[in-house]
Write a protein that binds this ligand. Structure first.
Ligand SMILES: Cc1ncc(COP(=O)(O)O)c(C=O)c1O
Length: 466
């Protein structure tokens, strides 16, 4: 039995898959709160590279990957697809479990798949500097890596709780030449205002996004770069699913279930969208269930409200149609730093709303139990984020044991856990609390938003049919 399938360098996909033309309904547009109408894309050119904006709105299904980007991706891509045979044996399940190992990239996750493309297009446009936010540091280190390769400066606002919890990731960003500051920081008006109220504010992804955006518009020749949520970011990740289709073909397999974790939705979409395309274009030999996992401490998909909300805390972004906990959400300090965002990608939210995706939430104690089983059977130490999916996979494989079903389960191992050893230590010492985010907080936050933007229900009716 093959343990893994490795494609050759020249089998790296030549095109990204853009889901926009294949969505079951047109994607509701982002709304400019100053006009209460869809955003004028020209207004966003101060913030994003022009080619990325073009991709954001494109209705072409296949978008060519520039050769210079493929050349960098080939440093670690195509990534291997593994059969988790030892895990199957341990669980005594008839299910066949496969995982796509995105932790083999230099920064250790799927994030450089888009960071490289974004740095490349900004460099081509003559931009000299990129600003961004990072939670646990996965995205920041991916962008630092990519900027370094294309000769751009990189400014990272890192959520203060993670800056203190995960010094190794901060050092990795320094190694690739980035400037990293804890957020809230004294570099922006927004950060200074928050620090004046609380000198040791733990920060949040929403706050760090606000700071990175303020930095972008107040510095010459700087653009902003986002590691998730937007259409072009998710599209850059589809190399994962496109490779996985070829790899499974070599084994004469097709998945019944494709699963991934969701912070903003990029790793999940990167693996699942190409399979979604196979299903809607009737190329898939069977029906596929798409499973998305998240923490109970940040339950956007299982408890969030589908509405328009800001992407950041300072309310600088357009309003995006998404399942949200409210943009003032301050997360509990769970170790899955990459899964602590208050909203999700609009494309993913539309598919969730239309019933295409099954969401599951897990608390971090059960997540680390699953991570430990995986590490002790498959050897690889998973990051806390994909361990949410491993929890689902183990539960599903055990259900198959009960029913005798030989399901084929594919999941995304979207990052390794070598920089998360402190989290494992806390788990082994029994110090991890199983956080749950209260539903009343979500309702309160959205009610406040609707009080502030009294016209929002009108916009919802027009674009979400609510
Ligand atoms: C390893 C890993 N997985 C998942 C995520 C969540 O982001 P997304 O949902 O965009 O993949 C992150 C975010 O930083 C991450 O670092």
């Amino acid at each position: 039995m093959s343990k893994k399938v490795v494609l050759s360098d020249n089998e790296l996909p030549k095109n990204w898959y853009n889901i926009l033309p294949d969505l079951p309904k047109p994607l509701p547009p982002p709304i400019d709160p100053s006009t209460k109408a869809p955003v004028d894309p020209a207004k966003l050119e101060r913030v994003f590279a022009k080619e990325l904006l073009r991709q954001e709105l494109s209705s072409e299904r296949w978008i060519p990957i520039p050769e210079e980007v493929r050349d960098v991706l080939r440093m670690w891509r195509p990534t291997p697809l593994y059969r988790a045979e030892r895990l199957e044996k341990y669980l005594k399940t008839p299910a066949r479990i496969y995982f796509k190992h995105e932790g083999v990239s230099p920064p250790g996750s799927h994030k450089p798949n888009t960071a490289v493309a974004q740095a490349y297009y900004n460099m081509k446009q003559g931009i000299e500097r990129l600003s961004t936010e990072t939670g646990a540091g996965q995205w920041g280190s991916a962008l630092a890596f990519a900027c370094n390769l294309f000769g751009l400066k990189c400014q990272v606002y890192m959520v203060r709780a993670s800056y203190q919890q995960k010094p190794a990731r901060r050092m990795l960003m320094h190694a690739w030449g980035a400037d990293v500051v804890p957020s809230p920081s004294d570099r922006t008006n927004f950060g200074r205002a928050l620090l004046a109220k609380n000198g040791n504010h733990p920060g949040s992804l929403g706050i760090a996004i606000s700071e990175a955006l303020e930095d972008c518009v107040t510095h010459d020749n700087t653009r902003y770069s986002l590691g998730s949520v937007l259409n072009h970011v998710l599209m850059h990740q589809t190399v994962q699913g496109l490779e996985a289709i070829e790899q499974l073909k070599q084994l004469d397999e097709y998945p019944d279930v494709v699963a991934g974790c969701v912070g903003g939705g990029s790793s999940f979409s990167g693996l699942t969208w190409p399979f979604y395309y196979e299903v809607v274009s009737k190329k898939a030999p069977k029906n596929v269930t798409f499973v998305a996992t998240e923490p109970t401490a940040c339950p956007t998909m299982t408890k969030g409200i589908y509405t328009y909300d800001f992407g950041d805390t300072a309310k600088m972004t357009p309003l995006l149609p998404m399942y949200t906990l409210g943009s003032d959400f301050i997360p509990a300090p769970i170790h899955a730093g990459g899964l602590r965002y208050h909203g999700d990608a609009p494309t993913l939210c539309l598919l969730l709303h239309e019933g295409w995706i099954k969401p599951y939430a897990f608390d971090q104690v059960s997540v680390f139990e699953a991570a430990t089983i995986f590490a002790r059977t498959e050897g690889f130490l998973p990051g806390p984020e994909p361990s949410h999916t491993i929890r689902f996979v183990i539960d599903e494989a055990l259900r198959c044991k009960q029913t005798g079903e030989e399901k084929v389960i594919l999941f995304n191992l979207c990052g390794h856990g070598a920089f998360d050893l402190h989290a494992y230590e806390e788990f082994f010492e029994g110090k991890l609390p199983p956080w749950y985010y209260p539903e009343e907080e979500i309702k309160k936050s959205i009610e406040n938003l609707k009080k502030e933007l009294a016209w929002l229900p009108e916009v919802e009716k027009q674009f979400l049919g609510a």
